[in-house]
Write a protein that binds this ligand. Structure first.
Ligand SMILES: [Zn+2]
Length: 216
């Protein structure tokens, strides 16, 4: 439900001369897919954000790593606030540890190299808990427990539970219909059961519709 393992494709699209496109925005669709349409820092889904306001982030800031400006392997999807707070911060020693995005204390966890679920856990309340100091650094710098994100995670948790319950209700309804079609059933009892399940399903549908509201 939160922070799934991401896999980066091995081949991004290239120009006919076999080089990458200079305008990194060309890779938006591919980066969205690779990041499973979520901010790789706070885990907000694009769909939870009205399908707008997300940016392409240069994981290694191009002000420090100019050669990576047009390299799609350095691009990730980020919501606007995480992108702004991350900015050009790159606390690890960029010259001696060019491949290390964190040193175990500060820096950024590369979501394509290490599962973020190893570093972050979501409480029922929607708050993010950190495991280790790098995660704590990210949480504080990017304000990952800002109120909008707590609400978003809480809503997603409720939504998943409601959807699961909805599936159970559907299965039960189907079983009751089959029972009603059998030879030996009590019509009144079955009707009562169907009505109560339909009522539960209507409540669930209402709850799911309410949860689909856009979060700013
Ligand atoms: Zn974000």
């Amino acid at each position: 439900m939160f922070y799934p393992t991401l896999t980066r494709r091995t081949n991004y699209s290239k120009k006919p001369d076999n080089t990458y496109y200079a305008d990194y925005r060309h890779y938006l669709t591919e980066i969205k897919e690779d990041c499973q349409e979520r901010c790789v820092y706070c885990d907000a889904l694009l769909s939870e954000h009205g399908n707008e306001g997300f940016h392409i982030d240069h994981f290694r800031p191009f002000v420090h790593f100019s050669s990576l400006k047009s390299d799609p392997n350095n691009l990730v999807l980020a919501c606007s606030k995480c992108n702004i707070w991350k900015s050009k911060n790159w606390p690890t020693n960029m010259y001696f540890h060019v491949h290390a995005s964190h040193d175990g204390t500060v820096g950024f966890i590369d979501p394509f190299l290490e599962p973020l679920s190893d570093y972050f856990e979501v409480e029922q309340s929607g708050r993010l808990l950190t495991k280790g100091t790098v995660a704590k650094y990210m949480l504080e710098l990017l304000h990952l427990n800002r109120e909008s994100r707590i609400q978003l995670r809480r809503k997603r948790t409720i939504q998943y539970k409601a959807m699961h319950l909805n599936e159970i209700v559907d299965q039960k309804l189907k079983a009751i219909v089959e029972y009603m079609q059998s030879e030996d059933f009590d019509r009144n009892i079955a009707r009562e059961m169907v009505n109560s399940l339909r009522e539960a399903k209507n409540l669930l549908t209402d709850a799911l519709n309410m949860l689909h509201k856009k979060i700013s």
